[in-house]
Structure formats: C-alpha cells, structure tokens
Ligand binder design. Sequence first.
Ligand SMILES: O=C(O)/C=C\C(=O)CC(=O)CC(=O)O
Length: 217
Amino acid sequence: MLMCCQPILYSYWRSSCSWRVRIALHLKEIPYDIKPVSLIKSGGEHHSNEFREINPMEQVPALHIDGVTLVESLNILHYLEETRPQRPLMPHDVVKRAKVREICEVIASGIQPLQNLIVLIHVGEEKKNEWAQHWISRGFRAVEKLLSQSAGKYCVGDDITLADCCLIPQVFNARKFHVDLRPFPIILRIDRELENHPAVRAAHPSNQPDCPPEVTK
Ligand SMILES: O=C(O)/C=C\C(=O)CC(=O)CC(=O)O
C-alpha cells in the first residue's frame, strides 16, 4: 500500500488556514490523508504535548510531506508550489506574483490572526463578534481596494492563485461573524465564482471528516 507515503495534513474542519492548504492540495490533485486536530475538544488538541512537537506554535495546519513536517499555511502553500509545479498557483509575471503575495499577506498577517480563536478567547464572549467584525471589515476594505487593481476572474488575473486559496476561507469566516459584505462587491464576485469549484467544495469545512454531523444537515 502506498498510503504510508501520502502527505498527512493536520487539519481542523473549520480552520481557515487549514482550508487554504486543502484547496491547494485539491487544485494540484495531490492525494493526502487528514489527521483531524480538534481546536475545541479537551481545551484544544493543538495545545497537547504531542501536537506541540509537531507545531510549537500550537496551530493548524501542519503538513507532513517528503519526510519533513512543515507549519505555517503560507509556507506550506509556497512549498507545494515549488515542489509540485502542476496546476501552477503563482503567475509567471513578477509583478503579478508580488500582487498574489500582497493579498495573501494582508489576509494571513493582517486579518486572520486578529480573529483567531486564541485572540477571541482573550477578548471574551461578550465582545468577540464585534471585535472580529471590526478587524475583518478593516482588512477587507484593503483587500477590495487591492482587488480593484489586480482582479480578473479571480484575485489576480484570470487564473486561480494562492491569493484565492486565502480569500475564500476568509470570506467564510466573515460570514461566520456576520460581517456586512455588501461594501465588498469584488470579494463577493470572486467568492461566487469559486464557491462551486470542485477543489474548493472538496476542501470546504462541511466536507471534512471531522465536521460534526449536525453541521452538514
Ligand atoms: O469556531 C471553531 O470551531 C473554532 C475555531 C475555528 O473555527 C478556527 C479559527 O478560529 C481560526 C480561523 O479559522 O481563522
């Protein structure tokens, strides 16, 4: 059996950063196994001693691939791009490449960490929705502006790139926190464009083995 040699993705169904990597794995048609890590069960399995050995930052995703374990979703995305050039997710043009990285960074550094579970726990139940809405809206105002200059059918031009792998899960999170998305027509258009793409669907939280059955109803 070749199963032992497939990449293993440490993933949580609703984690937007895990979802970024799942989209890229599906787009590139790389078979992989999922090892679910619950961010909820027992105070969070990502805080266990066992998982800390996999990722000292105590976050998902982590990807075991080619005999190494990689952490940080953007790092993983770029590794996949460098080692699996099939179905490229970066443009050839250097300026377009920079534009892809720009959108990825705004989302991965400027939005997602501020609405991450560890931050929301610290902010507290009462304030967490307003907090998440504030930071996602602020970041989306920048993303919308950047997209107005870079987007074609997708975030940068007419091909799916790593920027789209980051955008789609962040839109899902925005909806989870009831962010008003009406001021972001380009973000909404790209989300609609991709919501039924087979790779995005396969990677969607509701299609994950650790998605609770009541959610998929
Ligand atoms: O509500 C839950 O089930 C708990 C955690 C998450 O979804 C994941 C995050 O907080 C990080 C993220 O996706 O941005």
